[in-house]
Design a protein around this ligand. Structure first.
Ligand SMILES: *Cc1c(COP(=O)(O)O)cnc(C)c1O
Length: 642
């Protein structure tokens, strides 16, 4: 051990602490477009051109022979010309969602409007609906003459059942409920169905953003009388504009077909309709034509997308899960979790920022935006998903405190299909980098209660860490050390495979391990001098094995064991002796990576030693970047390859 003499050497350098203002680590930006919609499959493009050449854009412009065919009609590939694109879309969509009847319209807003009219809403009727949804929902209610009664959401962005019961009690005359699966978050459907049945409430599901989501392994949209879907560009299917009504109720289906704009005998040109002509003839004179039909162009663009839908959903899920995993290391981020019976089909991510002031939340959105990561906060003045902006729907602003408090820090981030694994890593990195920088206190001290810069001997290092463990994490959030850890973990993606066997040297309370886990590195082991630190880590599942060992002494590992060694905050301030490297070299595989964070002012000490191994070709330096986090010193990440 060479502690005391090294310490003296180190302290002689204190006066040379390098100015923070020196070169900064460059700001990494994301440059793909968050708003890029999904492209239309080739088959859709070809079909649109064909339709335009023939001019057959109107949904009822198709073979009159068709009405003479046996009905119900089984569509097959040979009768290309018989039915139009819209009729075929309705038929194919009904096979996908497993509803008996489907009606295509020009938007989901129109679908909800028709669903309400079909179920008998009269002017002035009260309609229960989510306080957290998109403005199109209360707008459709108002369009149908209804008066929305808003139900609070809970922290999972779904219907607060207690508030639903309360609202039903306060408004016993509310006999309709438009349940919005906002952003694909699925409420407790069984409970809601039961509550509605007991209170005699007609349930309509707004599935605009939940196509493909499942409840108990079945597609969502079967708990209400009618389900309404959207094919607007930013939903699961993209036709610019479009909506689909799906139901098993023959009367409601007939109503929607007629009201959407099917007059005379045109209802016969529907393939996913009730085959009960008397029903149509009976209803027809009483139902206005609202002209909300879908055009053949729209349907032609949609049909091939249904074929790829399951594939898209599984890709969406993996993008979503990857980003959720990356953000899971941040304790200030809360990601709502679905109910047990739910399997979501998320094409966007929502999360809450915890413990941030409103000003910090806005700063976070602004700073991520400047780096190319686009998010919005639902509960903001110009956001159409904030109930206070729906003044057309009430005379007095409703009091919805729970929803208000949730959406005021709820971030919404679209996950474009064009984003690949690298893109998601970068988006996650930028989110964490920005957030960690905001969480760093402006007036932080580098270390308030933890280490002093002086160690008499290794026992002192050990005892300092043993005591420090209880406030270690907080201190490192406050001083921005997490910025550095996120940077190190993200950088390692370029150097290591996901299953690489990594030893975290000086794993402490697992802050770096958590960051590594979040980017998919799961094959981790931890080494530390502090028993207390290791005890805390025991049940956390961050490391697959923990080792109580002292650097500078012989380590208990076999030669060439690890694919990588990582170490932050250890080879600084003379905490470990220079001889430590000998054992690390021994346990590192040839070709393996040693990633170490040093203090720049230690360059003449640890870095000089590292370099001496480069000189004799033990390893080569593959990266050296400066990372500025603490006030009193600069750090650098050095990556060596054996
Ligand atoms: C988009 C959306 C709608 C409206 O769909 P349009 O097709 O644009 O009318 C309704 N509800 C929710 C939850 C939505 O996301």
């Amino acid at each position: 051990m060479v502690y005391l003499s090294d310490v003296k050497y180190l302290w002689s350098m204190k006066s040379q602490i390098i100015s923070l203002q020196q070169e900064q680590q460059s700001v990494i930006k994301f440059n793909k477009n968050f708003k890029t919609p999904n492209p239309i499959p080739e088959a859709g493009i070809k079909q649109v051109i064909k339709l335009m050449q023939k001019g057959r854009l109107y949904r009822y412009n198709f073979s009159d022979n068709f009405t003479n065919f046996p009905q119900p009609y089984e569509l097959n590939n040979e009768d290309e010309e018989l039915a139009t694109e819209v009729a075929k879309l309705e038929y194919e969509f009904s096979l996908y969602t497993k509803h008996k009847y489907v009606v295509a319209v020009n938007s989901c807003g129109s679908a909800i409007f028709l669903a309400l009219k079909a179920s008998g809403v009269n002017v002035g009727d009260k309609i229960l609906t989510n306080a957290f949804t998109f403005t199109a929902v209360p707008s459709s209610i108002v369009h149908a003459g209804g008066v929305p009664i808003y139900v609070e959401c809970n922290s999972e962005y779904i219907i607060d059942l207690e508030d639903l019961k309360r609202k039903i009690e306060v408004h016993p005359d509310a006999k309709f409920f438009v349940l919005s699966h906002m952003r694909g978050h699925i409420s407790d459907l069984d409970a809601i169905k039961k509550i509605c049945a007991q209170a005699g409430i007609c349930l309509i599901e707004d599935c605009a953003h939940s196509l493909g989501a499942k409840w108990n392994e079945n597609l969502v949209g079967h708990h209400g009388e009618i389900a309404c879907f959207s094919t607007q560009s930013y939903k699961m299917l993209n036709s610019g504009e479009g909506g689909l009504i799906a139901t098993n109720n023959a009367e409601f289906a007939a109503y929607c077909i007629l009201a959407a704009g099917s007059y005379e005998k045109l209802y016969k040109k529907h393939l996913a309709r009730p085959y009960d002509d008397n029903l149509f003839e009976k209803l027809k004179p009483h139902i206005p034509n609202f002209s909300l039909r879908m055009s053949n162009l729209t349907a032609a663009v949609l049909r091939p997308q249904i074929k790829f839908l399951d594939n898209k959903i599984s890709q969406d899920r993996s993008r979503y899960n990857q980003l959720v995993q990356i953000l899971s290391s941040v304790r200030n981020i809360y990601i709502p979790s679905p109910l047990e019976k739910v399997k979501r089909a998320p094409d966007s991510l929502q999360f809450n920022l915890l413990g941030l002031t409103s000003e910090q939340v806005d700063r976070f959105v602004q700073q991520t935006k400047e780096r190319g990561v686009l998010m919005q906060i639902f509960g903001r003045d110009d956001n159409s998903r904030y109930y206070k902006n729906w003044q057309y729907s009430f005379t007095e602003t409703p009091s919805l405190e729970k929803t208000e408090s949730i959406i005021s820090s709820a971030c919404d981030l679209r996950l474009s299909s064009s984003f690949n694994v690298d893109d998601i890593n970068l988006i996650g990195y930028i989110i964490k980098d920005s957030l960690y920088k905001i969480l760093r206190e402006d007036d932080y001290q580098d270390y308030r209660n933890g280490l002093t810069d002086y160690f008499e001997n290794i026992e002192e290092v050990k005892s300092k860490y043993d005591t420090w463990v209880s406030f270690y994490d907080q201190e490192h959030y406050d001083n921005g050390w997490t910025v550095l850890l996120n940077h190190v973990a993200y950088t390692l993606i370029s150097y290591l495979k996901k299953d690489a066997l990594i030893l975290d040297i000086g794993c402490g309370t697992g802050l770096l391990g958590r960051e590594l886990n979040s980017y998919g590195f799961k094959n981790l082991q931890g080494l530390d001098i502090s028993q207390n630190s290791l005890d805390r880590l025991r049940d956390q599942g961050i490391y697959k094995a923990l080792h109580l060992e002292k650097l500078g002494e012989t380590l208990s590992f076999t030669d060439n064991k690890f694919d990588a060694l990582v170490s932050t905050g250890v080879f600084t301030r003379n905490q470990v002796p220079l001889e430590s490297f000998e054992e690390l070299i021994r346990i590192l595989k040839p070709g393996g990576i040693f990633a170490v964070v040093l203090r720049v002012e230690d360059d003449e000490f640890y870095y000089k030693q590292i370099k001496s191994y480069c000189d004799i070709n033990i390893w080569k330096e593959v990266l050296k970047t400066k990372i500025t986090v603490l006030k009193s010193c600069n750090h650098e990440l050095v990556i060596l390859q054996k």
